[in-house]
Write a protein that binds this ligand. Structure first.
Ligand SMILES: Cc1cc2nc3c(=O)[nH]c(=O)nc-3n(C[C@H](O)[C@H](O)[C@H](O)COP(=O)(O)OP(=O)(O)OC[C@H]3O[C@@H](n4cnc5c(N)ncnc54)[C@H](O)[C@@H]3O)c2cc1C
Length: 226
């Protein structure tokens, strides 16, 4: 196996889970579609920051997008037990009903004892900006449809959600519509997606909505459970 835990998605939930798991000695793979959007907020992140979190370390150094992103990415990449890598997961690798890794758009397969989906607003998203519609989970980050279609093939159900980003320096406002796991697909107390053994979900893709601090806390909760 490449990792003990493979986390798909390096937003607040996935990155925070990876950092906390690695700090307790677990070998973690942290995969993201785009290394340029690791731990990148839509709008500045306001204190208070959850105690003991990566956010508590980096938040005071820069609450705005790129400053926060670069400080967090530096810590994740330099952690001896985290392999931060760019790949887009397209399918789960399965042995019977058990997940043993992921396949990727780029080609490489990565294997792990446990797989965590922390894919945020990237399951079948549509981004509306002015008269333009894109398949993207955030501005400038396209989403491939494969993983969502594969999860549907496996029988997972989804419900639609939507969120708005207000206009900010240099960018007009926009809206993202996305899918999240349907109630019943996710066990809130274990964070498991029990349709597949060894599969977990964390953050926006299972909660539907919530603040950055909540995503951070959920990432830390996952690390404590695994
Ligand atoms: C449009 C919008 C605006 C929001 N604004 C705010 C706000 O202002 N304040 C606030 O407190 N909360 C806001 N939220 C809510 C929530 O706090 C954020 O969405 C937060 O970023 C969610 O964290 P996350 O880690 O679950 O997912 P995300 O931050 O979305 O991270 C998902 C990660 O998964 C990766 N990924 C997705 N699919 C794949 C794949 N197939 N393979 C590999 N990697 C993949 C992406 O690259 C990304 O790294 C907003 C939500 C949305 C949708």
């Amino acid at each position: 196996m490449d990792y003990e835990v493979l986390i798909v998605g390096a937003g607040f939930a996935g990155a925070e889970a990876a950092y906390a798991l690695a700090n307790k000695g677990v070998k973690v793979g942290l995969a993201t579609t785009s290394l340029d959007s690791v731990y990148l907020p839509f709008t500045p992140v306001q204190p208070p920051y959850p105690q003991g979190s990566l956010l508590a370390e980096v938040g005071p150094l820069g609450q705005k997008g790129w400053a926060l992103h670069s400080q967090a990415k530096y810590r994740l990449e330099n952690h001896p037990r985290i392999h931060l890598l760019q790949l887009s997961a397209t399918r789960l690798l399965l042995e019977g009903r058990r997940v043993v890794g992921v396949e990727s758009w780029e080609g490489p397969r990565k294997t792990a004892e446990k797989v965590v989906l922390a894919v945020g607003s990237f399951l079948s998203p549509k981004l509306y900006i002015g008269s333009v519609v894109e398949e993207a989970g955030r501005l400038s980050e396209a989403a491939y449809p494969d993983l969502y279609l594969h999860l549907q093939e496996l029988g997972f159900g989804f419900v639609p959600q939507a969120a708005e980003v207000p206009p900010q320096e240099g960018t007009p406002g926009y809206r993202v519509e996305y899918q999240v796991f349907a109630p019943g697909e996710w066990e809130a107390h274990t964070l498991r997606l029990p349709r597949v053994e060894g599969l977990y979900g964390v953050g926006l893709c299972v909660l539907g909505r919530g603040s950055y601090a909540q995503m951070v806390e959920e990432g830390m909760r996952l690390a404590a459970l695994l």
